[in-house]
Design a protein around this ligand. Structure first.
Ligand SMILES: C[S@@+](CC[C@H](N)C(=O)[O-])C[C@H]1O[C@@H](n2cnc3c(N)ncnc32)[C@H](O)[C@@H]1O
Length: 384
């Protein structure tokens, strides 16, 4: 077991890692800061409800990733880039990441050194291990993703074998090949070295498959609260056609499916749509369709076809939505829009646009990312 941190104790690498901007503040103070930020940005649209915080704000992240490289003495190092640099700061234990995942990260590093596996040199663009990512589920399944710059991992079999012996909780090991000059972590090719190549999670009694590249909410304890707020805000009557836009692996749409007549989910990431289709089947749900497409283009198509839509739940990436999407929403005239946002700045811009024809009736912040400056919000918007 790792040691519990005190509320205001700073992580020793907080200054360099840049992941947790609110280190050193009590959790209560962090919630106050986030509430104030949301109010500053969004209160002009509507009163902001009190933020929903976590009971225990530590070790909530179900996804952890580290970058590999060499230091000036050609020693293998792994951790995060110091913001704005290409210098790696080593992290022994991350206080917001799952505790077992922290331990697996340390074991992988030990084994990479033990089995003399090369790590990636980004200047020379050669070497093997580039990043290691761990994803875990609340079913105690752990996926280890070894992101490599080269197709072969010398001594990879020994590494996998010892890793599995030391961490029986690992249910799958995947090699992801990324030889491109890019700041993206994952490349396009996956090779399963052990297990099924994915993990499964459970949310509100439904099972979800998560592949290496699919988006999945990172806070294993707050996700159900977030989705419940989104569905509660929509106040379904049972006969609605619902759009689940930017649907990822289908989590929100599949959850809402029992409360509506039909769900149309749209998502750009092919791997997430594949997972969504499997999730639908695995949970025996038959009133949900998933489409792999740009959400704006799909909405434009629905508007042209004059498909009746009652409610839109939209959960776009940090960059927010776009005019094509939102103007098609205007054309489709749904009664309600529920906007789930992880970035209040782009949310504000999009609300500026949407409130030309709609009005905001509820703003509910949810803390999905303790110790960081990030904050999620669920906004209910109805026809003006
Ligand atoms: C914040 S995630 C939400 C996913 C899902 N609703 C969930 O909670 O798991 C945003 C999703 O939008 C997808 N995305 C990004 N740009 C998109 C676009 N132009 N059209 C459709 N989906 C997009 C991403 O792949 C990602 O799965």
């Amino acid at each position: 077991m790792t040691r519990k941190h005190s509320e205001t104790e700073k992580c020793p690498v907080a200054k360099y890692c840049g992941g947790c901007q609110l280190q050193g503040f009590s959790y209560e103070k962090q919630l106050e800061i986030k509430q104030k930020r949301i109010e500053e940005l969004l209160e002009r649209f509507h009163k902001v409800e009190p933020i929903i915080g976590m009971k225990d704000p530590y070790h909530y992240r179900n996804k952890i990733q580290v970058t590999y490289g060499y230091d000036d003495h050609h020693r293998v190092v792994c951790g995060n880039y110091v913001p704005g640099t290409h210098q790696i700061i080593e992290i022994d234990e991350c206080m917001i990441c799952d505790e077992k995942a922290n331990q697996i990260i340390q074991t992988v590093k030990e084994l990479i050194i033990k089995y003399r596996i090369s790590v990636f040199d980004e200047k020379a663009m050669k070497g093997c291990i580039r990043h290691v990512m761990i994803r875990c589920s609340n079913r105690n399944e752990y996926m280890v993703i070894l992101v490599t710059g080269s197709p072969a991992i010398r001594n990879g079999e020994q590494l996998t074998k010892e890793l599995l012996r030391r961490h029986p909780e690992i249910t799958t090991v995947v090699q992801n090949i990324n030889s491109r000059h890019t700041s993206m972590i994952l490349g396009d090719k996956n090779r399963t070295l052990y297990g099924r190549g994915y993990i499964t999670d459970t949310l509100y009694g439904l099972k979800f498959r998560i592949s290496p590249a699919s988006f999945y909410q990172v806070n294993k304890r707050q996700t159900e609260i977030l989705y419940a707020e989104a569905v509660k805000a929509a106040q379904f009557k049972g006969n609605e056609v619902l759009i689940d836009a930017y649907c990822g692996t289908g989590t929100i749409g599949l959850y809402a499916s029992k409360s509506v007549k039909k769900v149309l989910g749209v998502e750009l990431n092919r791997s997430a749509v594949k997972d969504a289709l499997i999730n639908r089947k695995m949970n025996g749900i038959d009133n949900v369709e998933f489409v792999c497409e740009d959400a704006g283009k799909y909405m434009e198509y629905l508007a042209k076809q004059k498909i009746p839509v009652d409610t839109v739940i939209m959960d776009p990436p940090r960059t927010g939505s776009d005019k094509k999407f939102m103007s098609s929403v205007f054309a489709l005239k749904p009664e309600k829009i529920v906007y789930v946002s992880c970035n209040p700045v782009t949310l504000k811009d999009d609300l500026n646009y949407l409130t030309k024809n709609y009005k905001v009736v509820k703003i509910q912040p949810v803390d999905m990312f303790p110790f960081t400056e990030h904050v999620e919000s669920v906004v209910l918007i109805t026809r003006a």
